[in-house]
Write a protein that binds this ligand. Structure first.
Ligand SMILES: Nc1ncnc2c1ncn2[C@@H]1O[C@H](COP(=O)(O)OP(=O)(O)OP(=O)(O)O)[C@@H](O)[C@H]1O
Length: 255
């Protein structure tokens, strides 16, 4: 396992947290042109919970998500996934951990155009050399309403259908954490609500952990908790968000 080569996590972050950032700093460039996107972020993400990350443009949301997901390197600090400090993994170890233990949903769907919906859904498991559980595949396909789309290629599907394929792909390997970067950014509100509703179900019914960046208070209201960033730091947090309470916090941050 890739995880065995990493240092142990602090004891208080071992058990209940699927992911955590500890003193995370990310600076891009150097000298006069350096930009510090994250200025020492510490945040923990509980297992089986849905967390939204919000904040003004440029506040560091995508950088935080990408560092947590091992898609971007960190300048200093630790990132724990299931208790493993991923900043200490080799490149190969990190690639393996991402493939085996994390799921991704991006704004732009990121499906392979030449593959059918079914082939796209099965792709990550294939790359990991695993046979997927047929029952779980069927459960996902039915829950996401994709049964009659499995033979279609991305160009033959709506944006909402493509994103549902991407969600099925992300969940098929039962990852430790699903990272979603503006998953509804390219969808109309109806299709967006379907995708968010399914992410909610994945958390409630299957104890999936979801961490999602969004600009949209309606999307954030599907989460259990919202973390607010400003200027590269965590400035606020809200449990049990509603669209109204998220709006109110955003307004307060802007004033
Ligand atoms: N690869 C990079 N090189 C240089 N600067 C970067 C890079 N990525 C991000 N930044 C800078 O880091 C800061 C945080 O960017 P980030 O994309 O994380 O913010 P965000 O909150 O996700 O913004 P948005 O809501 O507009 O997507 C910004 O000032 C941005 O310009």
């Amino acid at each position: 396992m890739a995880s065995t080569s990493a240092a142990p996590a602090p004891a208080h972050l071992h058990d209940d947290h699927a992911a955590a950032a500890i003193g995370l700093v990310r600076t891009y460039g150097s000298g006069d042109g350096a930009v510090t996107a994250l200025r020492g972020v510490t945040a923990a993400f509980a297992r089986g919970r849905f967390t939204a990350i919000m904040g003004p443009s440029g506040s560091g949301k995508s950088t935080l998500l990408h560092c947590l997901a091992g898609l971007d390197s960190v300048t200093s600090g630790q990132v724990l996934i299931g208790g493993v400090d991923i900043t200490r993994l080799s490149r190969t170890g990190l690639t393996r951990l991402r493939r085996d233990r994390l799921g991704f949903v991006f704004q732009s769907f990121n499906l392979l155009p030449m593959l059918t919906a079914e082939e796209n859904i099965r792709l990550t498991g294939r790359l990991a050399g695993r046979r997927s559980d047929p029952e779980w595949f069927g459960t996902l396909v039915d829950a996401l309403g994709l049964r009659d789309r499995l033979g279609h290629r991305p160009a033959e599907m709506s944006g909402g259908q493509q994103q549902r394929v991407a969600v099925a792909r992300a969940l098929l390997t039962r990852p430790e954490v699903v990272f979603a970067d503006e998953p509804t950014g390219n969808l109309d509100s109806g299709s967006g609500a379907e995708v968010l509703g399914f992410l909610r179900t994945a958390v409630d019914a299957y104890r999936q952990t979801v961490i999602m960046v969004t600009h949209d208070p309606v999307a954030a209201a599907h989460a259990d908790r919202v973390l607010f960033l400003a200027d590269g730091g965590v400035v606020d947090e809200l449990d049990g968000p509603t669209t109204d309470t998220v709006h109110a916090r955003m307004r307060r941050m802007e004033s």
